[in-house]
Design a protein around this ligand. Structure first.
Ligand code: GLN
Length: 491
């Protein structure tokens, strides 16, 4: 069979073509590996690929299909994995020097679930170091580039996953989202990114950043692909005590049942400081929703602005304790310097060599807000504001089914274009509160910013109540259809 051309690149079509033997898993894997080989030197989206294992798994899938054996819902589709999700294959570095050569003895629960469903792991994707960043410039092994314009960032921290999907180097990818790290890069790369409800997808095997905020989710070409991956991964896990025991509803077969009427909430606070292309995308989305029969209502989220300060207390506080295990003894890089006098010196030097500047900044921030004199003023206060943010969303969801707004205030910025940490943190103004409140959110491609030399994708975000993924997917799918589908990168 000739190499698969990757023309129909969404995961579900690919899966159907493999199943009906229009193409084969082997040809598909071969085609993706060839694209990775030619494009990754520029994009730096992958940390490593699993060529031999992927080919071997593909050939097992093809044999099973040829023999008429039952195969899983993801049989033969190559999926890329963010490098903070542990896999027995290869390394799990979190794009950090401190874990450069770390090999996990086990697979994360999501990896087990995807491979049980027949997915093929094609490789590990680059990311901001320990998922701290919004541009994939904090990676210890070089920045990732946006496939729409390689002088631009892909967003972060799951920027390698987003760039890999957008450039069609894999059928779909996994990312993690602590404050926007799936949705913002999805928006900047013109694809679909889902942050599931807190507790919906197991984090067993996700290297922890902010344990009360982190969720794993899919980055995909389409809403249907997102729903399918979500369904394959979601659900209780005895390895993760924060996983919710609720049964997982079927979101795939009901996907096209967009409700005849629903309410879309538009927060006043989401209209400040966006580029005109982003505002125009939201206005167009409002029109699409009206045509779909939705009622548009104003909602009030006055704490939108304080989300960033709240997040930058809670996330670093949790990160500094989660990252304490990387000390050069239990885990990670150990200094070779002979000047280490005692155990403390050894820890300090190993960590100073192993962690990059942004991670060090977060550890210091977190240690500060948790220290005896400042705990009440910062950490406890942030937890109080967290409760108010949660209440604010509850009040908004009494008036609407989904909240519509931008995912990110602008399209992709230039590499090196945002240098001060505060401006970088502001990229997440529309995404952090989703995590703070533990609800779900999805970023959808919503047209382009045509103001510069290159056309750059912009995204919209829909947020819904905790465990309302079935409704979120139906409304997202309705929008995708109304909007006329996704434009892809040529070539
Ligand atoms: N950009 C945010 C940060 O730097 C969010 C990261 C994430 O969601 N992992 O912390």
């Amino acid at each position: 069979m000739s190499a698969h051309s990757l023309d129909t690149n969404d995961l579900v079509s690919l899966r159907d073509d493999i199943r009906s033997r229009k193409t084969s898993a082997c040809a598909t894997v071969g085609a993706y590996l060839a694209r990775i080989e030619s494009q990754n030197p520029t994009l730096n989206a992958f940390r490593e690929t699993f060529a031999d294992d992927a080919r071997a798994s593909a050939s097992r899938v093809d044999q099973a299909i040829a023999a008429g054996d039952p195969v899983g819902p993801l049989a033969g589709v190559p999926i890329a994995i963010k490098d903070n999700i542990v896999t027995r294959l290869g390394r799990t570095s979190c794009s950090s020097r401190i874990l450069e050569n770390y090999r996990s003895p086990f697979d994360a629960t999501v990896i087990e679930r995807l491979t049980t469903a027949g997915a093929i792991l094609i490789g590990k994707t680059n990311m901001d170091e320990f998922a701290m960043g919004s541009s994939c410039e904090t990676c210890a092994f070089g920045a990732v580039r946006n496939p729409w314009d390689t002088s631009r960032v892909p967003g972060g921290s799951s920027g390698g996953s987003a760039a890999a999907v957008a450039a069609n180097l894999c059928a779909a990818a996994l990312g993690s989202d602590t404050g926007g790290s799936i949705r913002q890069p999805a928006s900047l790369c013109g694809i679909v990114g889902l942050k599931p409800t807190f507790g919906r997808v197991s984090r067993y095997g996700l290297v922890a950043f902010g344990s009360s905020l982190d969720q794993i989710g899919p980055l995909t070409h389409s809403v249907r692909d997102s729903a399918l991956l979500y369904q394959c991964m979601a659900g209780d896990d005895h390895h993760d005590s924060t996983c919710a025991p609720h049964p997982v509803e079927d979101v795939v077969t009901t996907l096209d049942e967009t409700p005849r009427t629903f309410r879309v909430g538009l927060p006043l606070q989401y209209r400040k400081g966006n580029s005109s292309a982003v505002d125009a995308a939201v206005t167009r989305a409002v029109e699409h929703f009206r045509t779909m029969g939705a009622e548009i209502v104003d909602v009030d989220l006055p704490l939108t602005d304080v989300g960033i300060s709240t997040y930058y207390v809670i996330a670093p506080a949790e990160a500094c304790s989660n990252l304490a295990r990387f000390d050069g003894i239990r885990y990670g890089h150990r200094t070779a310097s002979p000047s280490a006098q005692d155990l403390f010196d050894l820890y300090a030097q190993s960590r100073a060599e192993g962690f990059g500047p942004e991670v060090q900044r977060r550890i210091m921030l977190g240690t500060y807000v948790l220290s005896a004199g400042y705990y009440d003023a910062y950490y406890r206060r942030a937890l109080q504001i967290r409760r108010l943010i949660k209440r604010e969303f509850d009040a908004a969801f009494a008036l609407c089914d989904v909240i519509l707004g931008p995912t990110s205030p602008t399209a992709a910025f230039s590499l090196g274009g945002v240098t001060d940490p505060l401006s970088m943190y502001m990229c997440d103004v529309y995404t952090v509160n989703t995590n703070i409140a533990g609800i779900c959110g999805i970023s959808l491609p919503a047209g382009f910013d045509e103001s510069g030399a290159a056309r750059l994708p912009v995204g919209i975000q829909l947020q819904a109540q905790a465990f309302a993924e079935p409704l979120l997917f139906k409304i997202a799918r309705g929008y995708e259809r109304a909007q006329g589908g996704r434009e892809q990168i040529a070539g």
